[in-house]
Design a binder for this molecule. Structure first.
Ligand SMILES: Nc1nc2c(ncn2[C@@H]2O[C@H](COP(=O)(O)OP(=O)(O)OP(=O)(O)O)[C@@H](O)[C@H]2O)c(=O)[nH]1
Ligand SMILES: [Zn+2]
Length: 188
């Protein structure tokens, strides 16, 4: 397992504080390198996790119609700027072979994928592909809506702009009516 190296982060944060012209020894900043190391260990803990592990929890149930968990909140870190992007994920799938997973496992997979330096597109496709590879469902549809702080508090500065990404697999790729059902349930 890849442990986060707290000492390296502490040194780096001290150097960043010096580089911006701050005094890392002043009272308010003395524990900051330590706090940032602890925070990075937490927000990047997904690097040690495989989202597919969560789908080992499977129940035998002959439900071969849509299962949708919507509005799963998430926080991730943009890999280009290391600032947060956050929003909600919606995951719909149609089981096959009598295999359904625990509902919370869908949210756990989102957490595992988000807690690492990321791109929104990669979160979306990794969650979809993890479900395909483990549950072999008839179809999967993942939609992610997010606000990127690298686009709001800096750079182009467009607060309120939202990025939407989708990944469709299996029947959802071919069947427009199946996609429409998911979209209407998400909007409803
Ligand atoms: N496709 C994609 N791009 C992202 C994501 N998060 C941030 N970006 C973009 O990554 C790009 C990095 O562009 P660069 O030109 O290398 O960096 P920059 O000079 O900081 O860019 P600006 O943000 O335009 O100031 C920017 O356009 C960001 O909006 C993401 O999840 N997916
Ligand atoms: Zn960014």
């Amino acid at each position: 397992m890849n442990e986060v190296n707290h000492d390296k982060i502490k040194k780096a944060v001290t150097m960043i504080l010096e580089a911006i012209g701050e005094d890392p020894s002043r009272e308010g900043l003395q524990d900051t390198p330590k706090r940032v190391a602890k925070m990075y260990a937490e927000v990047f803990e997904g690097l040690n996790q495989d989202p597919k592990e969560h789908f080992a929890t499977v129940f035998g149930e002959d439900h071969e119609e849509l299962v949708l968990v919507k509005d799963i909140p998430f926080y991730s870190m943009c890999e280009h700027h290391l600032v947060p992007f956050f929003g909600v994920a919606h995951i719909g799938y149609i089981p096959s072979g009598g295999k359904v997973t625990g509902l919370s496992k869908l949210a756990r997979a989102v957490e595992a994928v988000c807690r690492r330096p990321q791109l929104q597109e990669r979160i979306t496709s990794t969650v979809a592909d993890s479900i395909v590879e483990t549950l072999d469902p008839q179809g999967v549809m993942v939609i992610v809506e997010a606000e990127h702080m690298c686009m709001t508090m800096r750079g182009v500065k467009k607060p309120g702009s939202k990025t939407m990404t989708s990944a469709v697999r299996g029947v959802f790729a071919e069947d427009q009516a199946a996609r429409a059902e998911v979209l209407s349930l998400i909007r409803g």
